[in-house]
Design a protein around this ligand. Structure first.
Ligand code: NI
Length: 226
């Protein structure tokens, strides 16, 4: 499931991200790449665990916490500390699958990557190219969102970032270990939750809503590894 989640960050928060990123020191993006993706990755990153990434990471995590659509879709158990990248003109990231397990720096803790996330931080008209393209059995899906918006996509999918041909593309990227590991179970829960929310608007007094909400929680109880 791919899902566009608008307005995870406010305009002021996006501006803060861009200010910090403009003044920051950058490293080669290959530092966090695995054996296969290191061969096709050409971009820059804020140093993992550095002051800039930590400050902006807190901003992103706070944005996620106040976004019900993110919680409903990802059912997060653990979120990897957000990383930040920059693609200047001629930079790109060829086709790859994200590594299955990421280590939380300095803790020895592991995060299984169930859901991948890209939070766009540059306005789409400020650069050309730089689309995130996710490949699945339905074809290729090119994504380029307004600054502050997030795309979620399954970490199991092949994806790439097309070359930037003008300007620079700033983004945050991270992974989520979901309480519900199975993508089809997670999608069912999301559909059910979405339908319950809509019924809450349309027929708020319906006794069936109580039962449906019970079904949601009882499925979650069966499937979740909290
Ligand atoms: Ni990737």
């Amino acid at each position: 499931m791919m899902l566009h989640i608008p307005n995870v960050l406010t305009a002021a928060e996006v501006a803060r991200c861009r200010t910090v990123m403009e003044q920051a020191d950058w490293t080669d993006g290959r530092v966090t790449a695995g054996h296969q993706s290191v061969q096709v990755k050409k971009n820059l990153q804020l140093p993992e665990g550095g002051a800039a990434a930590r400050e902006l990471g807190e901003l992103v995590l706070a944005g996620l916490e106040r976004t019900p659509l993110f919680i409903s879709a990802a059912l997060p158990q653990r979120v990897f500390p957000p990383l930040f990248n920059r693609y200047d003109t001629s930079m790109s990231f060829g086709s790859h699958v994200d590594g299955a397990i990421r280590f939380l720096p300095g803790t020895g803790q592991r995060v299984r990557t169930d859901v991948s996330a890209t939070l766009f931080l540059s306005e789409p008209d400020s650069y050309d190219g730089g689309e995130l393209v996710v490949e699945d059995t339905y074809g290729h899906h090119a994504v380029k969102l307004p600054a502050g918006d997030l795309i979620l996509y399954p970490s199991t999918s092949l994806h790439h970032v097309t070359p930037v041909t003008r300007g620079a593309r700033l983004a945050s990227f991270f992974w989520i270990q979901s309480m519900v590991r199975d993508v089809s179970q997670r999608a069912l829960l999301f559909d059910l939750d979405t339908a319950i929310m809509q019924l809450n608007q349309e027929v708020p007094k319906s006794p069936s809503l109580v039962m449906l909400t019970g079904v949601y929680h009882n499925l979650l109880r069966q499937w979740a590894e909290p």
